[in-house]
Design a protein around this ligand. Structure first.
Ligand code: SF4
Length: 334
C-alpha cells in the first residue's frame, strides 16, 4: 500500500530561486576533551515555498545534527562553527533567544521521532497544546478550545483525547499529537526528524499519507529527515544524501531514484526495498562509515567504494553540478 507519491507528480524540481529556508555552508562541531569532532561539514541546502526536501543517510551521518543546528535547538557540546541559516530573509544564527522563541511553533515547527519524549508526562494533551496558543496568540479561551478541537480533527484524532495524558495514547496517536502541535499555529516550515521510525508499517503509512494530504492542502514547506530512502523518495520533491557529515548528492527525487550519480547513493538504493520491488534482492553496504574524529583524507566513502581509484584516497571530491538540479561529490560521477 504505497503512500501517494509526491515526486512522480512533480516536474523535475530545480532548487528554488527564492527559498524559504536557505542553509549556507553550515558546520557543526562536537567538543570534547579529546578535541573537536566535525559532525556537519559546510553543508548548504535550501527548501522552497511548498517544497518537500528530504535528507537521507545512515545513522550518524549528520542529518539530525544539521536540522537541529539550523533551528538552533542543538544542545552543547555541539557548536555551530560556520555558516548562515536564512529563514524568511533573516539569519537565524544571529537571532537572540527571544526572537527565536517567537519564530518557533509560529513560523517553523519540528516533529521528533519519539513524541512520548517531547510531550509532557503530567499535563493533558489539551493543556500542552493550549500552552503553545497562550504563548503565541491573543485568542480567547473559547477560541483556543475551538482551535484545539480543529487541529486534533485535522490529524484524525478524537478531540476528546485532549483530556488525556501522553502515556494513555498509542505510539501512533502520540505522533499525531506531535504533528497537531506542530501545525497549531500554521507555520510555513515543518521539520520532521524521523517522525514515523518508531511506528509499525501500517501506522507509519497512515501518518505519512495524512502529512502529505495536509502539506498539499496548506502548502507549507517540509524538511523531512529519515534513514529510509524508499519512503523519502516517495514523499520528497528533492532529496539530499548525507555521508559522514557531508552532502554527497542532491537531486530531484525522480532523478535520484532512476539515475543516482554517487556510488554511495547507488548502494543505499540497493540496500532499501523499493515499495514495488523484490525484497529478496537487497544488498547491504559492506563496511561502516568512518570515524568523524579521524575521517579519511580523500573521499570519505573510499574505504567502502567498489570503484575507488588512487586519487580518491587523497583528494576530497567537491560537490559539482552534473544535471538539472542534480549534483554529486564523486571524482568519477558524470
Ligand atoms: Fe568512490 Fe572515488 Fe567517487 Fe569516492 S570519489 S565515491 S571513492 S569513486
Amino acid at each position: 500500500m504505497p503512500v501517494t507519491d509526491a515526486s512522480t507528480q512533480a516536474s523535475a524540481h530545480a532548487p528554488p530561486a527564492a527559498p524559504l529556508l536557505d542553509i549556507r555552508a553550515l558546520s557543526v562541531d562536537y567538543l570534547s576533551r579529546k578535541g573537536a569532532v566535525r559532525a556537519v561539514d559546510r553543508i548548504s541546502l535550501s527548501v522552497g515555498p511548498s517544497e518537500i526536501v528530504g535528507i537521507a543517510g545512515e545513522s550518524g551521518c549528520g542529518k539530525s545534527t544539521f536540522a537541529q543546528a539550523a533551528l538552533r535547538i542543538l544542545p552543547p557540546p555541539a557548536v555551530i562553527t560556520h555558516g548562515q541559516v536564512i529563514f524568511e530573509g533573516q539569519d537565524l544564527l544571529t537571532k537572540d533567544d527571544e526572537a527565536l522563541r517567537r519564530l518557533r511553533w509560529k513560523r517553523v515547527s519540528m516533529v521528533f521521532q519519539s513524541a512520548l519524549e517531547s510531550l509532557h508526562p503530567t499535563l493533558t494533551i489539551g493543556a500542552q497544546l493550549r500552552d503553545v496558543l497562550d504563548e503565541h496568540t491573543q485568542l480567547s479561551r473559547a477560541e483556543k478550545d475551538a482551535r484545539l478541537v480543529e487541529v486534533l480533527r485535522l490529524v484524525d484524532l478524537d478531540p476528546g483525547l485532549r483530556h488525556q495524558h501522553a502515556h494513555q495514547l498509542s505510539g501512533g496517536m502520540r505522533q499525531r499529537v506531535g504533528i497537531a502541535q506542530a501545525l497549531l499555529l500554521q507555520p510555513s516550515l515543518l521539520v520532521l526528524d524521523e517522525p514515523t521510525t518508531a511506528l509499525d508499517v501500517m501506522v507509519e503509512h497512515a501518518i505519512l499519507q495524512k502529512l502529505l494530504e495536509l502539506q498539499r492542502a496548506r502548502a507549507f514547506s517540509v524538511l523531512f529527515i529519515t534513514h529510509d530512502l524508499s519512503r523519502m523518495l516517495q514523499v520528497s520533491d528533492r532529496v539530499a544524501i548525507f555521508y559522514a557529515g557531508e552532502l554527497i548528492e542532491l537531486a530531484p527525487a525522480p532523478a535520484l531514484r532512476t539515475a543516482p550519480k554517487h556510488p554511495y547513493t547507488q548502494a543505499l538504493l540497493r540496500a532499501f526495498p523499493s515499495l514495488h520491488g523484490d525484497p529478496t534482492k537487497l544488498a547491504a553496504i559492506p563496511g561502516a562509515p568512518p570515524s568523524l574524529r579521524t575521517p579519511p583524507p580523500g573521499c570519505r566513502f573510499a574505504p567502502r567504494c567498489p570503484i575507488a581509484i588512487d586519487r580518491c584516497e587523497t583528494e576530497r571530491p567537491a560537490l559539482v553540478q552534473l544535471g538539472a538540479g542534480h549534483s554529486a561529490a564523486c571524482h568519477l560521477a558524470k
